[in-house]
Design a protein around this ligand. Structure first.
Ligand code: NAD
Length: 367
C-alpha cells in the first residue's frame, strides 16, 4: 500500500492536533509495512505571512499531486480586516473547489464514555451514531450572483443546485447507508424554497434505485429539533451545503465537544480530510486542544483513501479505550483535573493503545 499524503496543518491549533494525527498514521504505516509518504505545505494565515496568499500555488500543486490531503484548520484574528477573498478561510474554500470533492462526510458518534459529557441527557444521546453527508460545492457558499451593494444598503447570495449535483451526492449517501443501518434522512426547506423542491424530487427519484434503503424527508427547522430530541433515530443525514454546515455543528453536542468531530470530503480528484473544528485562537499554543477529532480524521484517511478498514477501526478502538480509561482533554474534562491531559499526552495515549491493538493482532496472525 502506497499513499502520498499532503499535510497542511494551517493555523492556531491546526499544527498541534495535526502532529498527533500524523504520528498515528506513521505508526499504522510502520506496523503494517505500508509506504505512506508525507509532504508538508502552508495554508491559511501561515501561508499569507510567508507567501502573501492563503493558498500558495506550491501548496495547491502539492495537493493535486497527492492521494490525500490532511488539513488542520485555518483562521486567525490578525487577518480579520482583510476582505473575505484574501482571508485565511478563502484558502480552504479555494482548496476544496480545486480538489473537487463534493460529498463532505461528518460522522457524529456518541462515545459511551462521553455520554455524560453531553449537555443532553445521557439516555438521549447514548447509542446515537449519525453520518452527515453534506453537499460541499454548491448552494449559497458558491452560488452566483452574490454581492453587497453598500450604497444601496442591500446584499444577496444565491442558493442554486443542478439536478446532477443533487444526484451525485445523493448516490454517495445511499451507498453509505447500505453499509450502515439502511436509512437516509434528506433535509431541505421544500415548503418555501424552489431549490429544495428540486432537491427533494431528485433525492426521491434516486431512492427508487435503492429499495433496501428507507428514505425520509425532513424540513431543516424540524430536523434541528429532532437531532436534539431523538438523535438515535438518525442514520445518514443528506443535506445541502449551508444546512449541513449548521446541523453538523449542532450535532457536536451529541459527542460532547467540537474537538471530537472528524470529516472527509470525497468524490473529487483528491480526498480532503479535516477535523470539523476551526483554528480555536482562544486556546492555540496552550497545548490543551483536543487532538481526537484530528486522530479520527486520520482513521478516515485509512478508511476512504488507503482502503485499510481494519486499521481505521483499530484507531477508533484506541480512541474508545483511552476515553474508557478516563483520560480527558480540558474541553471534555468539565472542570475535573485528575485525568486531564495535554494535546500531546492524549496523542501519546492513543498511540500506545493503538500499538497494543496492532501487537495483539500480529500475535494472533503469527499463531
Ligand atoms: P472554532 O472551531 O475554532 O472554536 C469554537 C470553540 O470550540 C472555541 O471555544 C474553541 O476553543 C473550541 N474548540 C475547537 N476545537 C477544539 C479542540 N480541538 N479542542 C478543544 N476545544 C476546541 O470556531 P471559531 O472560534 O468560530 O473560529 C475560529 C477561527 O477558525 C475563525 O477564523 C474561523 O473562520 C476558523 N474556522 C476554520 C475552520 C476550518 O479550518 N475548517 C472551521 C471553522 C472555523
Amino acid at each position: 500500500m502506497k499513499l502520498k499524503i499532503l499535510v497542511a496543518a494551517g493555523d492556531g491549533i491546526g499544527p498541534e492536533v495535526t502532529a498527533e494525527a500524523v504520528r498515528i498514521l506513521e505508526s499504522v504505516a510502520e506496523f503494517g509495512g505500508y509506504d505512506f509518504e508525507f509532504r508538508h505545505a502552508p495554508i491559511g494565515g501561515t501561508a499569507i505571512k510567508v507567501h502573501g496568499s492563503p493558498l500558495p500555488e506550491s501548496t495547491l500543486d502539492a495537493a493535486l499531486e497527492s492521494d490525500a490531503v490532511l488539513l488542520g484548520a485555518v483562521g486567525s484574528n490578525e487577518f480579520n480586516a482583510l476582505p473575505p477573498n484574501r482571508r485565511p478561510e478563502a484558502g480552504l474554500l479555494q482548496l476544496r473547489q480545486a480538489l473537487g470533492g463534493f460529498a463532505n462526510l461528518r460522522p457524529s458518534f456518541a462515545w459511551p464514555a462521553l455520554c455524560s459529557n453531553s449537555p443532553l441527557r445521557a439516555e438521549v444521546v447514548n447509542g446515537a451514531d449519525i453520518l452527515f453527508v453534506r453537499e460541499l460545492l454548491g448552494g449559497l457558499y458558491f452560488g452566483e450572483p452574490r454581492s453587497w451593494d453598500r450604497e444601496a444598503g442591500s446584499a444577496w447570495n444565491t442558493m442554486r443546485y443542478t439536478r446532477d449535483e443533487v444526484i451525485r451526492v445523493a448516490r454517495v449517501a445511499f451507498e453509505l447507508a447500505r453499509a450502515r443501518r439502511n436509512k437516509v434522512t434528506s433535509v431541505d426547506k421544500a415548503n418555501v424554497l424552489e431549490v429544495s423542491q428540486l432537491w427533494r424530487a431528485t433525492v426521491s427519484e434516486i431512492a427508487t434505485q435503492y429499495p433496501d434503503v428507507t428514505l425520509e424527508h425532513q424540513y431543516v427547522d424540524a430536523c434541528a429539533m429532532h437531532l436534539m430530541n431523538t438523535p438515535r433515530n438518525f442514520d445518514v443525514v443528506l443535506t445541502e451545503n449551508l444546512f449541513g454546515d449548521i446541523l453538523s455543528d449542532e450535532a457536536a453536542v451529541i459527542t460532547g465537544s467540537l474537538g471530537m468531530l472528524p470529516s472527509a470530503t470525497i468524490g473529487g480528484q483528491v480526498n480532503l480530510y479535516e477535523p470539523v473544528h476551526g483554528s480555536a485562537p482562544d486556546i492555540a499554543g496552550k497545548g490543551i486542544a483536543n487532538p481526537l477529532g484530528a486522530i479520527l480524521t486520520a482513521a478516515m484517511v485509512l478508511r476512504h483513501s488507503a482502503k485499510l478498514e481494519q486499521d481505521a477501526q483499530a484507531v477508533e478502538t484506541s480512541v474508545r479505550k483511552v476515553l474508557e480509561q478516563g483520560y480527558r482533554t480540558a474541553d471534555l474534562a468539565r472542570g475535573e483535573t485528575r485525568m486531564t491531559v495535554s494535546t500531546q499526552e492524549m496523542g501519546r495515549l492513543v498511540y500506545q493503545s493503538l500499538n497494543e491493538i496492532i501487537d495483539r493482532r500480529q500475535a494472533m496472525h503469527a499463531v
